[in-house]
Design a protein. Sequence first.
Length: 248
Amino acid sequence: MDKTLIQQAAQKIKIAGRLISFTGAGISVESGIPPFRGPDGLWSRYDPQVLDLSYFQRYPDKSWRIIKEIFYDFFGKAQPNPAHQALAQLEAAGVMHGVITQNIDNLHQEAGSRDVIEFHGTSRRLSCLSCHQTWEFQPEMLASLPPACPRCGGLLKPDFIFFSEGIPPLAYQRSLTETQLADIWLVIGTTGEIMPASMLPIEAQRNGALIIEVNLRPSNYTNTITDIFLQGKASEVLSALAEAVLHP
Ligand SMILES: [Zn+2]
């Protein structure tokens, strides 16, 4: 971790008009949530077709067994790490406006972040495929599978997007607005491979935002749009950055 670069980034953040963070799977790895892709990713162990909407509707029972195991039994045990906490501190101090996240794990909220734009939806809500009512997730909803809508008996689906689904419209709109409003984008734990999320920092940079990137390894962004690359573990870099901004 380069202390001079942390100081440089902290100086920029202190004079920022509007700072937005944009997070991906990399910020939750230290909370024990493995990424989906790659050799150790979840899709090397599970068949991703359970998140294909037509497969899910055809085999809700089989799909839900796997979805429950991954997203509720396993993800449900994860706790926010110092990277999530540092972002919540920056928001509470009025330094950061909010977080746009590609993650569906609710860890930003659990760390205390208040304005979280969930670009891919969330596992903490279920939505009814028949009447479209959404329900706050409660563990007892999964007591028998597949879960049924308390109102109409329809099939409930996690309220995060499956492979063929579009981005939730409000989250999409708010994120695009931030590509115009925010003058600093703090891009964390995302390598820029998943469309259309990957376009957001590019659009922000095109609109004049400064891009500060935090990643373990260089990404698609590093040599193209990134102004300051803070290489290292998200927890270490963000703790140091929050410290340099809030308690210099
Ligand atoms: Zn319903």
